[in-house]
Design a protein around this ligand. Structure first.
Ligand code: FAD
Length: 458
């Protein structure tokens, strides 16, 4: 693979950023036989610790089923490594899940996912990728700009005044990517940007596992347009739980401990607050508010400079409440790996950018059409988004009244395992019509594992 390919050297890759998208892309390149240098501005911790360059590190991160499969394909055996390191395996059907229309059916087997802290995931991925031959990670090394090198190559300049030559530069520097600025300096672009900002805020606190009786597998209380405030409680490695308060606009959760707990008590259901009341806090509350969905349409820039590829959040960042970013980054790395296996030819990067754009369409559509339903988002849904949103609500209503087929179809789409076409299955359509004409059955009960619901005011 290394050497010349139709007149283009394709041997040296520089990846900017050693977080998840960077290490996935580095793995894809190294496995294709290329020499990879990863440049990371942070000094990387020797253990799974949060770090400044990834300010979202203390917030809960879930991996969708599609992401878990993509990771396993990219780094075979990683799932077992995560389990051995303490990641908690759980079935999404066992989560106590309160959606807009009510409780989802509880206890029907769905996807098996892993729950672990973000620093542990990143640490294990990085340590694993570092072992690949031809791969070097240089930390404490901030990239300041890009310059065209000789021929089709690049010079990547760093803050210490050094530079690094590359035939392919992968920008995995996240939401704060400077690529638009660097491209402007080179006279390229600009790429159009789409953005939907629901002004969502996260606040997370870590707890010891709850005591005093059995704990639920995990609890999710979703935000709704009527009350854009929700909460999540999930077990992670080391007998700990991450408890998230999430809200949008004026409902963004506060940083102080009392405010955090009172926010959880004010949710539509007390299930998350109940977990907190039975658990010992281990940390302070960590907040994060950079959550807008932002998509750079680099695939529309012509001519696109060869040897340059943005990935991960630098290409498209999503409102994190939908848990999509890592999955999309892993899928992009698989596309990159397949393209490199065919050889880097003129136009490969543009074709990859178009594939990334296609890959991104479904998660982007899910995140933005849901966010545009919240009163805190600027902008209004298009007619197609409004129709899709209305149909999803119909299916959610069925699911909240015991229809496990509707639940399963929605879960598959949410986990990026199926096209939204499955939501139009005639059996589901018939069930929606029947429910509209004859009414629904009784709503699903609150999952018994949560115990009796607290009576308001008691
Ligand atoms: C609050 C929150 C919760 C989230 N929850 C989920 C979730 O549940 N599931 C999910 O799939 N995704 C989630 N995400 C998204 C997820 O964090 C990202 O999609 C994922 O980390 C991939 O991002 P990335 O690697 O592109 O960028 P980042 O993770 O932001 O990393 C960028 C890296 O580049 C480095 N860097 C930046 N600039 C430079 C430079 N000039 N030179 C050298 N290095 C540089 C940084 O130090 C960092 O290491 C969440 C995001 C947020 C904000």
């Amino acid at each position: 693979m290394a050497g010349r390919d139709r007149g283009r050297r394709t041997g040296r890759v520089v990846v900017i950023g050693s977080s998840l998208a960077g290490m996935f892309a580095a793995a894809a390149c190294a496995r294709a036989g290329l020499t990879v240098t990863v440049l990371e501005r942070d000094v990387l911790p020797p253990a799974p610790w949060a770090r400044p360059g990834v300010p979202q590190g203390r917030q809960p991160h879930v991996l969708l089923q599609r992401g878990l499969l993509a990771l396993e394909e990219l780094l075979p055996g990683l799932g077992d490594e995560l389990r051995r390191a303490g990641a908690v395996e759980l079935d999404t059907g066992d989560l106590a899940w309160l959606g807009e229309a009510g409780w989802s059916p509880y206890g029907s087997p769905q996807f098996r996912i892993l729950s672990l802290t973000r620093p542990l995931l990143e640490h294990l991925v990085r340590e694993r990728v570092r072992l690949l031959p031809g791969l070097d990670v240089r930390d404490g090394c901030r990239v300041t700009s890009l310059r065209r090198g000789r021929g089709s190559g690049w010079q990547v300049l760093t803050a210490d005044g050094a530079s690094c030559g590359a035939d392919l530069v992968v920008d995995a520097s996240g939401r704060g990517s400077r690529l638009p600025v660097w491209l402007a300096a080179l006279g390229v672009g600009p790429a159009p940007v789409s953005e939907v900002d629901a002004r969502t805020g996260y606040a997370t606190r870590e707890y010891a596992a709850p005591t005093g009786g059995p704990a639920p597998t995990g609890v999710v209380v979703l935000q709704t347009p009527g009350l854009p405030a929700g909460g999540v409680a999930l077990p992670v490695e080391g007998d700990r739980w991450l408890v998230l308060a999430v809200g949008s606009g004026e409902h963004r959760p506060p940083r102080d401990r009392e405010g955090f707990e009172s926010f959880l008590r004010g949710l539509r259901d007390q299930a998350v607050s109940d977990v907190v009341s039975r658990a010992r806090p281990l940390t302070d509350v960590a907040v994060h508010r950079q959550t807008a969905s932002r998509r750079h349409h680099y695939e529309r820039v012509r001519p696109w400079p060869p040897g340059l590829l943005p990935v991960g959040d630098a290409f498209c960042a999503f409102n994190p409440v939908y848990g999509q970013g890592i999955t999309v980054a892993a899928c992009e790395a698989l596309l990159l790996h397949r393209a490199l296996a065919r050889g880097l030819r003129p136009g490969t990067e543009r074709r990859l950018l178009r594939s990334f754009a296609r890959l991104t369409s479904l998660p982007w559509g899910i995140a933005t059409s849901e966010d545009l339903r919240l009163p805190t988002s600027d902008g209004t849904p298009s007619a197609a988004q409004a129709l899709a949103g209305w149909w999803s609500q119909e299916l959610a209503r069925l699911s909240a009244h015991g229809d496990v087929r509707a639940q399963w179809a929605m879960t598959r789409v949410y986990h990026l395992m199926a096209s939204p076409r499955v939501l139009l299955d005639p059996v589901l359509a018939l069930a929606v019509v029947r429910a509209r004409v004859l009414g629904t059955g009784p709503p699903n009960p609150r999952p018994p594992v949560l115990g009796p619901a607290a009576v308001a005011g008691s």
